[in-house]
Design a protein around this ligand. Structure first.
Ligand code: SF4
Length: 389
C-alpha cells in the first residue's frame, strides 16, 4: 500500500491563525500546475525504490518483473485545493492514473473551504472520482469565524454540508477548532451538537494554537485580539472526548475521531509508516527508509526545482519515529511488531523505558501494546521523548 499527497499552496486570503505554507493569491497557479504535472511524471518511480516492502499478493507486476506498490490513497491538501477548477483536478488525476498503479477503489480526498464550494462544484467533484471531503468548517458560530479570520459564515458552512450530501458524498470530515476565547463551553457543545446532527463519519478537532508570525499572534501581542487560554483548550478537549465517546466515535488519533471503519486511510498511513509520495511545494515524501522534503517556495517550485533535502533514517531514528507517531494513535506501540521488525534491542529498550511511565500513570499497557488513554494523549510528545533512544 502507498499514498500520494498533493499540496496545493494557494488560499483566497490568509486566515489569522494560519501557520501553514500557502500564498494568498492565485497569480502563480497556471505555472504551478505545469510544474506539478512535471513532478508527477518525474517522480513516478519514487515509491518503487528505497526500502519499500511490497506484498507480492497485492502488487501488480510490471513487464520487467518489478513489483509495484499500488496507490491506495490520493490526498489533495493545502492551502485550499478547492480553489482548483474541476477540470484542473481531473487533469491531475488522469496524469496520476497514467503513470502510477492505482488500487481498486482508492480513497481520494480533497480538502475544501466553504467559501469556495457550490452544489454544482461538489457534484462535479463527485463525478470525477473524489470520494472523500475534508471541509474546513472550524466553527458554526460567526463570532468564532470572525476571530479566526475565516472567509465564510456559519450559515454557508451548514449549506455546504447539505450540498455535499446532495452531491452524493457520504465520506465527509469536518475540521472544528476549540479553545477559542470567543466561545464558552456551551458554544463548543453546540458546535459538537451540530456535527453529530449532520451524522458525519469523521471529525478533526484541534485546539487553537498560536503560530509564530501568524496574524492572530501579532494581534494578541498588540492587545488587538483576545488572548487564548490553556484552560479553555483543556476544557474543550475533555468535552470533545466525552461527547465523541458517548456517540460511539473512535478517538483514533489525538485530533481525529471517526465512526467505526471511517478513519482517514491516507492520514493513518503516516502513523503506520506506509510509504507515500508528497508532490508540490513543501510536501514530504517517505519511501520506507528515507525522507525527502520539497522546496517550500512556490516560485522555486515553478522553475521546476522540486526536491530540497533528503535524510536516510538510521534504525534509531526509525525507532524514535515509530514511537512518536504510534503514541499519537489509539493503536499505540506494538511491542511484538517492534521485536519482530526492528529487533529485540529496540523492544527491550522500549519496555524498560516504559516501566516508570506506567507506574506514574502516564502510559498504559495491555499485553503487548503500550498506548495512551484519552487523558494521557494530550501529553504524547513528552511521553514519547522518554521512550526515545
Ligand atoms: S484556508 Fe487553511 S491553509 Fe489557507 S490560510 Fe486558512 S488555515 Fe491557512
Amino acid at each position: 500500500m502507498a499514498g500520494i499527497y498533493i499540496h496545493i499552496p494557494f488560499c483566497k486570503s490568509k486566515c489569522g491563525y494560519c501557520g501553514f505554507y500557502s500564498l494568498p493569491s492565485l497569480k502563480l497557479k497556471d505555472r504551478f500546475l505545469e510544474a506539478l504535472k512535471a513532478e508527477i511524471v518525474e517522480r513516478k518511480d519514487y515509491l518503487q525504490r528505497g526500502g519499500l516492502r511490497v506484498k507480492p499478493a497485492i502488487a501488480p507486476v510490471l513487464e520487467d518483473g518489478c513489483k509495484l506498490s499500488p496507490i491506495e490513497t490520493i490526498y489533495f491538501g493545502g492551502g485550499t485545493p478547492s480553489l482548483l477548477s474541476v477540470d484542473e483536478i481531473q487533469d491531475l488525476l488522469h496524469l496520476i492514473n497514467k503513470h502510477y498503479p492505482i488500487a481498486e477503489n482508492p480513497e481520494i480526498t480533497l480538502e475544501a473551504n466553504p467559501d469556495t464550494l457550490s452544489l454544482d462544484y461538489l457534484k462535479s467533484l463527485r463525478n470525477i472520482g473524489i470520494n472523500r471531503l475534508s471541509i474546513g468548517i472550524q466553527s458554526f458560530f460567526d463570532n468564532d469565524l470572525k476571530y479566526l479570520g475565516r472567509k465564510h459564515d456559519a450559515c454557508h458552512a451548514r449549506q455546504c454540508l447539505d450540498w455535499a450530501r446532495q452531491a452524493g458524498f457520504s465520506n465527509i470530515s469536518i475540521d472544528l477548532i476549540y479553545g477559542l476565547p470567543t466561545s464558552n463551553a456551551e458554544q463548543w457543545n453546540q458546535n459538537l451538537d451540530l456535527f453529530f446532527e449532520y451524522d458525519l463519519p469523521h471529525l478533526s478537532a484541534y485546539a487553537l494554537t498560536l503560530e509564530p508570525n501568524s496574524i492572530l499572534t501579532k494581534q494578541i501581542e498588540l492587545g488587538k485580539a483576545q488572548p487564548i487560554s490553556d484552560d479553555d483548550a483543556l476544557r474543550g478537549y475533555h468535552i470533545l472526548c466525552q461527547r465523541a465517546a458517548a456517540k460511539g466515535f473512535l478517538h483514533y488519533e489525538i485530533s481525529n475521531f471517526c465512526q467505526r471503519g471511517m478513519h482517514s486511510k491516507h492520514n493513518a498511513s503516516y502513523w503506520f509508516g506506509t510509504p507515500y509520495l508528497g508532490l508540490g511545494p513543501s510536501a514530504h515524501s517517505f519511501d520506507g527508509a528515507s525522507r525527502q522534503w520539497n522546496v517550500s517556495s512556490v516560485e522555486k517550485y515553478c522553475s521546476f526545482s522540486f526536491c530540497n533535502e533528503k535524510e536516510q533514517l538510521t534504525p534509531e531514528q526509525q525507532y524514535d519515529e515509530y514511537v512518536m507517531l504510534r503514541l499519537r494513535t489509539h493503536w499505540g506501540i506494538d511491542l511484538k511488531w517492534l521485536k519482530r521488525e526492528m529487533g529485540e534491542r529496540f523492544s527491550t529498550y522500549c519496555e524498560r523505558q516504559a516501566l516508570p511511565l506506567i507506574a506514574q500513570g502516564r502510559l498504559s499497557q495491555t499485553r503487548e501494546f503500550l498506548y495512551l488513554t484519552d487523558q494521557q494523549m494530550l501529553f504524547a510528545d513528552g511521553v514519547a521523548e522518554e521512550l526515545f533512544i
